[in-house]
Ligand binder design. Structure first.
Ligand code: BDP
Length: 466
């Protein structure tokens, strides 16, 4: 059937009370965005490592030793869904309020869960006990994940951090990737340190703390600088890391797309639009990482700091943002991402507690789609499309090409892709862009391409694989 006839028939069908295919309606409304995605097969970009997927939790969560424990089967199952391997990063603002102790603590934990919604209220010392660490080991063994462990340097003492490090090292064994010394030291100015605080000051403290840790744990490995956003700390740390090869094993920094929550410019539109700062900063960070021959990991981040924005951080918009940002970082050469969360925070990928049960939030589904790229090699591609809120990626996995279109617009997208027969398709979608529930990732077998054209409904993402 010719296209015009089909559209006419679709319109008649609607007039008669029937249901026309959504893309036919979109086209009759002249609401179709066209695009072309071409690839340069000779240019392989990065391959996403087996542990690209990651989550970040507040260190204070360890104060409840039952949370990260082999007995928390429901949480383990959700971690498994996100990856057979992955990285759990422990740190965040509350890591400066933790107090390690070898004494057993009687009575209930100070709280069941702590997430971005409550982390700012944790101002008293929260205990981390041997039981917390032993249970954490059981949790990591059960998930198959490894851990980046943040020590309290902002408010804690160096000798206590070194003591904690010796137990963490012993108990976590091969599950420990590295220690981090302090959370967001670039934000300590006027908080835990004087107004004159710079990277140079942090470097001095880092060197002292590193010496203390290495004195207790000669085989200790480090990652850092775990900064909030100040790129000069990352470049400075990368340069200094060369002196500590092979102890420093990873470069890390955080990425929040927006913030603080509640600010006027924290909107869904902004989250869905390209972030020029990300592109700019990632280039500099990756240059530093390559110069120091270190992998770089975005080890804490999410859509909007200060707990997230209701109606944005917990909606389909956040799911579309997450899959796109995870691939954008990968294209840049990033070795892994840890989405921050926990508790019942607005931006957490997994919400809930042992007592209430755990639930997959919209971001979880975005992560699930990104997970399909683990082990895949991204291929250099060129996207021509009128709307910058449409993104696309090409990769090859097990010799099969895959193409992803992330449509963050209200229009249907018809994209020419360098694949003309797909065996598998994944669709990330939800009832509405601001839907807080009903977001899903559907997988289907069979060819869904129209020739070499991939149709992606408004506010959805579609991945096809040969
Ligand atoms: C980051 C902190 C993290 C917070 C987050 C937020 O490291 O602990 O949860 O901000 O404000 O700076 O949401």
């Amino acid at each position: 059937m010719k296209r015009r006839e089909f559209l006419r028939d679709a319109a008649l069908l609607v007039a008669a009370g029937g249901i026309a295919p959504t893309w036919a309606i979109a086209e009759t409304n002249n609401d179709l965005l066209r695009g072309t995605l071409t690839m340069d097969a000779s240019k392989k970009l990065a391959t996403l490592p087996a542990d690209y997927m990651g989550l970040s939790y507040e260190s204070a969560q360890l104060a409840n030793p039952e949370f990260f424990a082999a007995s928390n089967k429901a949480l383990i199952a959700l971690f498994h869904e996100l990856g057979a391997r992955g990285v759990l990063r422990l740190g965040g603002g509350t890591s400066e309020f933790t107090a390690f102790t070898t004494e057993e603590i009687a009575g209930p934990a100070p709280f069941d869960v702590v997430g971005p919604d409550t982390s700012k209220n944790v101002k008293g010392d929260t205990p981390i006990t041997l039981k917390s660490l032993q249970n954490l080991r059981g949790f990591l063994d059960a998930t198959g994940w490894q851990c980046l462990y943040g020590l309290n340097l902002g408010r804690g003492s160096v000798s206590r951090a070194a003591e904690e490090a010796s137990y963490v090292f012993q108990i976590l064994g091969p599950r420990l990737i590295a220690f981090q010394l302090g959370n967001e030291p670039d934000a300590w100015r006027n908080r835990y340190r004087p107004a004159t605080w710079t990277y140079e000051d942090y470097r001095k403290e880092w060197v002292t703390a590193r010496e203390a840790v290495v004195a207790r744990v000669p085989q200790a490995k480090f990652a850092g600088p775990d900064v909030s956003n100040k790129v000069p700390y990352v470049t400075g740390f990368a340069e200094d890391a060369k002196k500590y090869e092979p102890e420093v094993v990873m470069l890390t920094s955080h990425y929040y797309a927006m913030g603080p929550a509640g600010a006027k410019d924290v909107t869904m539109e902004k989250l869905l639009a390209p972030d020029p700062k990300l592109e700019r900063d990632l280039k500099v960070i990756m240059e530093a990482a390559r110069g120091a021959a270190l992998p770089y990991r975005m080890d804490e981040g999410n859509s909007c700091w200060n707990g997230g924005q209701d109606g944005v951080s917990n909606t389909l918009a956040s799911a579309l943002w997450v899959v796109d940002v995870m691939l954008e970082f990968a294209v840049g050469g990033c070795a892994g991402m840890n989405l921050h969360g926990g508790g019942n925070g607005l931006y957490t990928p997994i919400a809930g507690s042992i007592a209430a049960g755990f639930e997959r939030r919209p971001e979880f589904y975005g992560m699930l789609l990104a997970k399909e790229f683990v082990g895949a090699s991204l291929i250099a591609s060129t996207l021509v499309c009128d709307d910058a809120d449409v993104k696309a990626y090409v990769a090859s996995k097990n010799g099969r090409l895959m193409a992803l279109v992330v449509n963050k617009t209200e229009k249907m997208v018809a994209m020419k892709v360098p694949i003309n027969h797909a065996k598998s398709q994944w669709t990330l979608s939800g009832p509405a862009i601001d839907a807080r529930s009903g977001v899903s990732l559907a997988h289907s077998a069979g060819n869904t391409l129209h020739g070499d054209e991939l149709r992606t409904s408004p506010y959805s993402a579609v991945l096809v694989q040969e």
